[in-house]
Write a protein that binds this ligand. Structure first.
Ligand code: ATP
Ligand code: MG
Length: 456
């Protein structure tokens, strides 16, 4: 309607009407008419104004509706609105394309008809359920265009009318296929990363094992030569005993037998046998222990076991292996308790200590009086071990990078730059402790802390 339209009667007509009636009655009639016409004009003007306002509001409402509709149809998540009885009132385009059914086909249908038979009863309960609480991240199965069950994660919230009364429910959901795929990809990538990391730890360990072989061989050499020496002595004793017993069996007279007994030193021989056997057993035991340490050290990461072990024994073994493998052997100043039992991954702790000691020994290659200090103890339920050397130390800019993978200052073929990176990860992630580095003119100091009781 046009707001500028003129009132029904203009001033000219009114003047005309006034001119037509001249009698007093006619004059009063005329003024009544004029009043009526004026009222009509006013009312008409009001109607026109209201109509204009109404049309403006209608246009605003239509805009708002178009806006809401465009938002709903561009939603990639599915949307279903249902009344309190569970009948569908509205759906969006995402749901139409997923189910292959139009809004017209779906409106008025029961909500449960959208879902697979397994989930329909659950969905039927929604209308009742949302009276007490909204439903979030509920996994159900929607029937797609081919009536196949499609997993979907939905949220369901109550809808209220303008009086604040419950008038239905609103369901929004996202097909899980996409999420599941993304999740599966992520899990595969994580698995691959873990495997690669384990391989890295293992190959680094094997590389340092190569450097340790000389030290281990040296360690084995002691008890084995001990056992050898004892065996040779026992063999000689066996020959003397054999001669003595043969003489007795041949009926040698008693005084000659006594002379032979003294000559073959049978009494000393008999007293020696037990310590020789004990010593040999001890040597064999030590060999067994070294083999066991080697086995533990080379055990792949996924077979490492969290159990009680003596930290001090691990420190001593690592130090022996590393230092004895060296051409130039630094002096070891080890001041640690006799034993220190903690629960954790012995193999990992061994690997960390070997790395720290190898680095210290490397740093001491050109130092005139090379010294490595090792200390250990317990504080606040944490075991700590420090490895300090009197080498050149680590310059401050490098101190920030030494735990980075592949950071090395050693020549090609001498260092891969993985030792501290792997040690740091083993210390913090697997052993749930810490590894810190400090340095000054006096050399480098590494501090390893480990929980006293690591829960597997
Ligand atoms: N005790 C130390 N004194 C001086 N520098 C050190 C010491 N320990 C580590 N570094 C520095 O940190 C770097 C990284 O050490 P890391 O153990 O990670 O690798 P690497 O010893 O070079 O090689 P590898 O992989 O064979 O261990 C070393 O190259 C060295 O520069
Ligand atoms: Mg190293």
């Amino acid at each position: 309607m046009n707001a500028a339209r003129e009132p029904i009667m203009d001033d000219g007509i009114k003047t005309l009407l006034r001119g037509v009636s001249a009698s007093p009655d006619a004059i009063s009639n005329e003024s009544a008419w004029i009043e009526v016409i004026q009222r009509m004009d006013e009312i008409y003007a009001d109607i026109v104004r209201y109509q204009v306002q109404l049309e403006e509001k209608n246009a605003g409402l239509e805009d708002a509706q178009r806006f809401i509709q465009s938002v709903i149809s561009s939603m990639s998540d599915v949307l279903v609105v249902a009344d309190t009885g569970g009948s569908i009132q509205q759906v969006n385009r995402a749901l139409e394309s997923l189910t292959g059914r139009t809004t017209a086909e779906l409106v008025g249908q029961p909500l449960a008809a959208l879902f697979s038979a397994e989930y329909a009863p659950k969905v039927e309960d929604f209308a009742e359920h949302i009276r007490t609480a909204a439903i979030s991240d509920c996994e159900v199965e929607l029937l797609d265009a081919n009536r196949r069950a499609t997993p979907i994660a939905i949220n369901c919230t109550p809808r209220f009318d303008h009086h604040g009364r419950l008038s239905g429910l609103v369901i929004t959901g996202r097909p899980l296929g996409e999420l599941q795929r993304a999740y599966d990809d992520l899990r595969d990538a994580h698995h691959q990363l873990k495997t690669t990391q384990q391989q890295l730890v293992q190959s680094e360990k094997m590389a340092s094992l190569g450097q340790l072989v000389a030290g281990v061989a040296h360690e084995l050499n002691n008890p084995i030569s001990f056992v050898f020496g004892n065996m040779h002595a026992l063999k000689r004793y066996e020959q003397r005993l054999h001669s003595y017993l043969t003489a007795i069996h041949d009926g040698l007279p008693e005084d000659e037998r006594e002379q032979l007994r003294k000559k073959l030193k049978i009494d000393r021989l008999l007293a020696d046998i037990a310590p020789l056997i004990d010593g040999s057993l001890e040597g064999a035991d030590r060999v067994g222990q070294i083999v066991e340490d080697l086995r533990r050290f080379s055990t792949p990461a996924n077979q490492q076991q969290c159990q009680g072990f003596d930290l001090c024994r691990v420190i001593n073994t690592a130090a022996e292996w590393v230092i004895k493998a060296r051409r130039v052997r630094p002096v070891l100043d080890i001041r640690i308790p006799a034993t220190l039992t903690i629960t954790g991954y012995e193999g990992y702790v061994h690997q960390i200590l070997v790395n720290l000691l190898q680095n210290a020994a490397d740093a001491l290659e050109d130092v005139s009086q090379p010294l490595i200090r090792i200390r250990a103890g317990i504080q606040h339920e944490q075991a700590w071990v420090t490895v300090q050397d009197n080498g050149p130390g680590i310059p401050s800019p490098q101190l920030l990078r030494i735990f980075d993978p592949f950071f090395t200052t050693k020549g090609v073929g001498k260092g891969t730059g993985l030792g501290l990176y792997i040690s740091y990860n083993l210390a913090t992630e697997q052993c749930r402790g810490s590894l810190k580095a400090d340095s000054d003119e006096g050399g480098a100091l590494f501090t390893l802390t480990l929980p006293r009781e690591l829960a597997p």
